[in-house]
Design a protein around this ligand. Structure first.
Ligand code: PAF
Length: 294
C-alpha cells in the first residue's frame, strides 16, 4: 500500500510516497536498495514528538523507516495494552506528511508468529531500577522487540525520544554490547507550552488532570534549580518533590537524581546528572526527566 503526500513547506517541496508493509519479507524487499536507513520505532498514537523524530531522521539517511507496533511483551497484565489507542489512519497520514518513506506495521502474528521464547535480557543494573523496578519485565519486552525490529530493518541510525531516558540508555547499551552497527540518537523531549512532555498517554487525562499534569515537570525543574544552586542533599530534594506531588493528589513512584551516564546514584564529584520522575495522576502514569549540569 502507498500513501502519497505533497510536502508544501518553504524549505522542502519533495513529494514523498510512503509505502506500508505488514509483512517482514515485504519490508525487507523494499529496503534492499534503500541506501542509508534511519529508523524510528513507535507504538503509534503519534504526537508531535514522534513527528520531530521522523523529521530529524531525514537529516541522517536516504530512507526513513517508521514502525507502528503495540508490543504486548512490554506491558504487564495489569497495564494498558488493550486500551492503548490504535489510530492507524491518522498515524500513517502524519508519518507520510513528515516524510517517512517506509512504514512497517505488522500485526502480532506477523511479528510474533510463534511465542517469542528467545528474549533479550538487559543488564539488571540498568533495567531493574526506576522504570524497571515499577514495571518488572518492561525492558526485556522493549529490548526484545527493538532487537527484532533492528534485525528486520537493519538501520544505520535509529532515533528515540529522551522522554524515555532509561529506554534510550538500555537500547544504547544493547547495541554496544551486541556490536550492532547502528548509531543511536536521542532526541530532545517535545513539550506543550505549559511544560507537559508530549506522550501518547496524555490522551487518557481528563480536562482537570490535564491542567494539573505539568506539575510533574515543574517539580523536576525545581529539583534541577536546587542542584544548579549547589544543593547535594539528593535524598531530601527527592523526598520534597514526591511530597509536593502527593499533596496535589498524585501517587508518585519515584523522583530520582541520577548520574546521566549510567543512572546510578551520583557521587559528590559527578557533574552530569538527570532528574527522573514517574507518578500516577488518577489512573494515568506519567514519566518525565530533566538533565542538569552542576
Ligand atoms: O517508546 C516506545 O514507543 C516503545 O517502547 C518502542 C521503542 C517503540 C518499543 O516498543
Amino acid at each position: 500500500m502507498a500513501v502519497s503526500r505533497r510536502r508544501n513547506t518553504a524549505t522542502d517541496s519533495r513529494h514523498t510516497t510512503m509505502h506500508i508493509h505488514r509483512q517482514i519479507d515485504a519490508l525487507r524487499s523494499a529496503l534492499a536498495d534503500a541506501g542509508r536507513i534511519a529508523f524510528v520505532p513507535t507504538m503509534g498514537n503519534l504526537h508531535a514528538g514522534h513527528i520531530a523524530l521522523i523529521e530529524a531522521a531525514r537529516e541522517h539517511a536516504d530512507c526513513v523507516v517508521a514502525s507502528i507496533f503495540v508490543n504486548r511483551l512490554q506491558f504487564a497484565p495489569n497495564e494498558d495494552f488493550d486500551r492503548y489507542p490504535r489510530t492507524f489512519e491518522a498515524d500513517s497520514a502524519a508519518l507520510s506528511a513528515a516524510g517517512a518513506h517506509q512504514l512497517f506495521a505488522p500485526d502480532e502474528i506477523a511479528l510474533y508468529p510463534e511465542p517469542q521464547r528467545y528474549q533479550v535480557v538487559p543488564d539488571p543494573d540498568q533495567a531493574d531500577i526506576l522504570e524497571g523496578h515499577f514495571r518488572p519485565g518492561f525492558f526485556n519486552g522493549v529490548a526484545t522487540v527493538v532487537m527484532k525490529l533492528f534485525q528486520i530493518v537493519r538501520p544505520d541510525v535509529a532515533l528515540f525520544g529522551k522522554k524515555d531516558f532509561q529506554q534510550l540508555m538500555v537500547v544504547r547499551n544493547m547495541v554496544r554490547q551486541f556490536a550492532m552497527p547502528i548509531q543511536i540518537i536521542g532526541h530532545a523531549t517535545l513539550r506543550d507550552s505549559d511544560g507537559l512532555a508530549l506522550s501518547s498517554r496524555n490522551g487518557y487525562l481528563s480536562a482537570e488532570q490535564r491542567a494539573e499534569a505539568p506539575r510533574l515537570h515543574r517539580q523536576l525543574q525545581a529539583v534541577r534549580a536546587e542542584l544548579s544552586g549547589g544543593c547535594q542533599d539528593w535524598l531530601g530534594l527527592e523526598a520534597r518533590a514526591m511530597a509536593e506531588l502527593s499533596k496535589h493528589g498524585w501517587r508518585p513512584q519515584y523522583i530520582a537524581i541520577r548520574r546521566r551516564a549510567d543512572l546510578k546514584s551520583p557521587a559528590l564529584s559527578d557533574r552530569e546528572l538527570v532528574v527522573l520522575g514517574a507518578a500516577f495522576l488518577g489512573g494515568t502514569r506519567l514519566i518525565d526527566n530533566v538533565e542538569v549540569d552542576v
